[in-house]
Design a protein around this ligand. Structure first.
Ligand SMILES: [Zn+2]
Length: 270
C-alpha cells in the first residue's frame, strides 16, 4: 500500500511534468473508484494549466483551473507519465493528456483510490480533520504527550491516528517505536514526556529516510511498465516476526493492536 513517503515520492516524480502544462483531454475509462470520479471533472480541468502539485497526508493535491484535483492512491494505485500513444493495459482507469505529448496515467487494480474535485476556497471534508504533517514544525513530542494524557489506548494505534499526526502507517509506527525503545502495547497516557520527545524524533527520521530513499526511484515515473516509486528501506522489526532482533539477537515477538500486526523486541522495547 502506498504510504506517505511513496505519495511524496510520487508528488516529486510527477510535479516537473505537470507544472505549467495544459490538460488537452481527460479520459476516464472506469469511474468506479472508492468514490465515483465526478462527471464534470473533464469540464473542470480540460484546457486548464497545472499551477501547483501539493500533498496533504496521503492525498495529492493538483491545483488547476478553478480548484484542485484531489487524488488518493488507495491500496494499489499509482500515477506515472507515459507518451500519449502508449497502449492501455488492464486497470489503467484514467488518462490526463497534456500539451507536452505526455499523459498522466492512473492505474489501480483494486480501485480503492480516489480522484475528486474541490473548488477553490472550499475545504474538502476528507482533509478537514487531519492532524499535522509529521515533517512539519507543528508535529512535536510535546503534542504527542499532551494529546495522549488520559488516553488508555495502546501507543501504537495512538500514533497511527490521523487526527494526532498524519502518515504514520503500520511500517513507520512499528519501526519508530522500535527505534525509540517503546513497547507498542504500552498505554499511550502512561508514557512520559521525555519518551514522546524521543518518539517524535524517530517518527520524523524514519519517514525522512524513506522519502530520501524514494528519491532514487524518481526516473521510474516516466514511461516504463511497472509500479513507480515503491521502495524498501532497511527494516529492523516490521515484517520480521520470529526472526532475530538486529540489535540484541532476541527472537522478535508479534501481537495485534488496532487490527494491525505489530512486531517488537521484548528486550529492546519496554
Ligand atoms: Zn532487541
Amino acid at each position: 500500500m502506498p504510504e506517505l513517503p511513496e505519495v511524496e515520492t510520487t508528488r516529486r516524480g510527477i510535479a516537473p511534468h505537470l507544472l505549467g502544462r495544459r490538460v488537452t483531454r481527460l479520459i476516464v475509462r472506469d469511474a468506479r473508484l472508492r468514490w465515483p470520479i465526478p462527471e464534470d471533472l473533464g469540464i473542470q480541468i480540460e484546457n486548464q494549466t497545472f499551477t501547483a502539485v501539493r500533498r496533504r497526508a496521503k492525498y495529492l493535491l493538483l491545483d488547476i483551473g478553478g480548484g484542485t484535483l484531489i487524488s488518493h492512491l488507495g491500496m494499489s494505485g499509482s500515477l506515472r507519465l507515459v507518451p500519449a500513444d502508449t497502449p492501455v493495459l488492464k486497470h489503467e482507469h484514467v488518462d490526463i493528456e497534456l500539451d507536452s505529448g505526455m499523459t498522466l496515467r492512473y492505474t489501480d487494480p483494486r480501485r480503492f483510490g480516489a480522484m475528486l474535485w474541490q473548488p477553490a476556497g472550499a475545504e474538502h471534508p476528507l482533509l478537514s480533520h487531519l492532524g499535522p504533517e509529521p515533517l512539519s514544525d507543528e508535529f512535536t513530542g510535546e503534542r504527542l504527550y499532551q494529546l495522549s494524557r488520559k488516553r488508555s489506548m495502546a501507543v501504537k494505534p495512538f500514533i497511527m491516528d490521523n487526527a494526532v499526526v498524519v502518515g504514520v502507517g503500520n511500517i513507520y509506527a512499528t519501526e519508530a517505536l522500535f527505534a525509540a525503545g517503546i513497547d507498542p502495547r504500552r498505554e499511550a497516557g502512561r508514557i512520559s514526556r521525555a519518551r514522546y520527545l524521543a518518539l517524535a524524533e524517530e517518527i520524523r527520521k524514519v519517514l525522512a529516510r524513506a522519502i530520501d530513499s524514494g528519491g532514487t526511484t524518481l526516473r521510474d515515473f516516466i514511461g516504463g511498465d511497472g509500479k513507480p516509486g515503491y521502495f524498501q528501506q532497511e527494516l529492523f522489526v516490521y515484517g520480521r516476526a520470529g526472526q532475530l532482533c538486529k540489535l540484541c539477537g532476541t527472537t522478535l515477538s508479534e501481537c495485534r493492536l488496532g487490527q494491525r500486526s505489530s512486531v517488537f523486541c521484548r528486550h529492546c522495547q519496554s
